[in-house]
Write a protein that binds this ligand. Sequence first.
Ligand code: CFM
Ligand code: HCA
Length: 533
Amino acid sequence: MREKELVLDQYNAKVYKNRKEHILQIDESAEDQAIAANSRSIPGIMTNRGCCYAGCKGVVLGPLKDALVLTHGPIGCGFYSWGTRRNKAKTESGENYIQYCFSTDMQEPDIVFGGETKLRKAIEEAMEIFHPETILICSTCPVGLIGDDIHAIASETEKKYGITCVAFSCEGYKGVSQSGGHHIANNGVMRHIIGTGDTPIEKKYKVNLLGEYNIGGDGWETERILKRIGYEVIAVLTGDGSVESLRNSHQADLNLVMCHRSINYIAEMMHTKYGIHWLKVNFIGIDATIQTLRDMAAYFDEPELTARTEEIIADELSVIAEARAYYHSKLQGKTAALYVGGSRSHHYQALLADFGISTVLAGYEFAHRDDYEGRDMLPFIKEDADSKNIESITVEPDPEKFKAFLTKEKYEELRARIPLDSYKGLIHDMKTGSIVVDDLNHFETEEFLRLLKPDIFLSGIKDKYVLQKANVLSRQLHSYDYSGPYSGFNGAINFARDLTMGLYTPVWKFVIPPWKNHSTLQASLAEITGGEE
Ligand code: CFM
Ligand code: HCA
């Protein structure tokens, strides 16, 4: 029996029926490799997913450093999304609010009598102390339940203080995971921020970097390489990003999409509204970075840029050559499992492959079918009540700001050889026999660990202890623990170093838990029986 069946067979009939659609054992010869995704987790099963508020406030809006992001809700939501994601931001110019946690700290009386007064007061206080030019209000679950009109308060705030204030109804319960929150954030940013600036940017090779959140400094490392080649990075969405830069981002010649899941809505809408094409890029991995840089050069198709691209690639490779060979010799032949939110389980396979590590299992917490199967299958996704609950907005070409960047012929020619306005998904790059899992739960994690015996399991805080206790090297692929950057050429070496340190210092294997030596449970029968001990 294959590993997939060995795990599924342990479920009762009802759970089996559900979970079998979410697990796929790759068969490259099969025509159609489908997987169920973006649907509700089974109640009672230990899922790693987060909520809609986490996706909107924590992921997409949180990194915008010049925006004061105000959580309207009880303090827990703001507190637990405070500084945990390691989205770094520089403070040297302009405002940087990301080290703060702003919340209305709702209490029971606010839930009973309404929280609008408290929200207005919080805004007043924020204006007095910080004088922000932008306030973004994010709702938590109770706000949606009691019906506070945060959108009315946002427009009132704009008029009263002459600032930008946008409200996001991203109550945690909306949708089935963080993913709904990404969409809500994309809609608000597109409607109220992107394209509102009019400072002309007279530079060549203008790009935006979308879906790069600067975890552990990844965005900085990517930007360093792009700048060396001669690209002008107008805006990063949203790592170390700013509302100010987003306002003028409609002037880019190309959008680079790192995390497809969290930002594809903006990429698509900017394409329709401003004519900007998007390119699926991957700066995680040495070969992947080289491929991406060459794809970008192909898009602009200018001999000077192409030559400079090759020059920088050669130079960056020469710097890391020795370390690369060393770590390759240490890591070659190992196997890895990856389980993260919605993009990294794909991106990191390229980086692992650079060092001879093969992927035996990859999973996404909340990706959609197009992230697994590629965008060509988008027309076949059936909407359900949960997905319909998240607004989908449509935009029209902007009469003044729309620019056609490529001729029709050039576009067709490019689309045949680079991932322009398209994404092939995770399954496309996986080998026969390997496992793909949607919304992997803790039971399945332990079972696949037992069956596949990966040397390395890359995932997050919720399961890392399960993995460590099983003596398997675990690195957090969300936060990079305290390390990074992992992007580009230098990042690849940082990653390989961290894996090598972990594999060759297997401390967890040397730790004998106390219960293996003697019983840690002590009890007395005296009280139960009422007799002698
Ligand atoms: Fe995109 Fe991300 Fe990810 Fe994501 Fe996330 Fe993240 Fe992630 Mo944690 S935006 S989908 S919602 S690449 S926070 S920076 S690490 S789950 S794989
Ligand atoms: C989130 C944020 C998270 C959680 C990380 C983890 C992150 O999902 O709300 O579970 O280890 O990257 O910080 O994905």
